[in-house]
Design a binder for this molecule. Structure first.
Ligand code: 3PG
Length: 211
């Protein structure tokens, strides 16, 4: 079982993906992989999420598939069965923490406030998702978190663009960033998989200060 610390080192950007159909999911996963993306998050915001996770998990032995938008315990069991290697949640509850631990699914929990962080630290997390990053204070908020929480590392997600990604990744407490900018709506509806590969390639080349 890979730890979250190992998983976030795989690439500087974790695409956050929501699909309308299994076929669309297959095409996007392929296009991202062609661009060098080896770790990704497939959300359960649509009904096809679990099926795409299943496909992506079998697509290549070097792809690490995460399940995103985990909010309930039963989603954790289903996603693990579908082949998810790690889980991402917009927040954190004791139930989610215990379920992920019991089943052996490494969890990247979401935080937005110092109290959220204290709760995550109390459960032993040393890497958390900062969500929604841009809306919750962005770069300045992460700089401010460094004072009281010097050892905590973040994966900011939410509102991040390809321009902002570079700035987030230059912060010493940022290990990777998450976002949907690699799969713009226009490219997906036009089935412009080449554009997805191009954006993925650019993202996978981004430097980070923390690694
Ligand atoms: C997430 O759930 O992590 C976000 O919706 C991704 O945010 P973005 O679409 O603003 O990149």
């Amino acid at each position: 079982m890979k730890s979250v610390s190992e998983i976030v080192q795989i690439g500087p950007v974790i695409p956050v993906l929501t699909f309308e159909s299994v076929e669309q999911g297959k095409q996007v996963v392929h296009a991202l992989y062609q661009g060098g993306i080896k770790v990704l998050e497939i959300t359960l915001r649509t009904a096809v999420g679990l099926q795409v996770i299943k496909h992506a998990a079998q697509f290549s032995s070097d792809i690490v598939v995460g399940v995103g938008t985990l909010t309930t315990v039963d989603q954790i069991e289903k996603a693990k069965r579908a082949g998810a290697i790690f889980g991402v949640s917009p927040g954190l509850t004791s139930d989610l923490h215990l379920a992920a631990k019991d089943i052996g699914l490494p969890l990247l929990p979401g935080v937005m406030t110092p109290s959220d962080i204290l709760f995550a630290l109390s459960l032993g997390y040393d890497i958390v998702k900062f969500f929604p990053a841009q809306q919750a204070g962005g770069l300045e908020m992460l700089k401010a978190f460094r004072g009281p929480f010097p050892t905590l590392r973040f994966c900011p997600t939410g509102g991040i663009t390809k321009e902002l990604a570079r700035s987030f990744l230059s912060l010493p407490n940022v290990v990777c960033v998450g976002g949907s900018w690699l799969t713009p709506h226009t490219a997906i509806t036009a089935q412009n998989w080449g554009e997805v590969t191009r954006l993925a390639h650019a993202a996978s080349q981004l430097a980070r200060a923390n690694i």
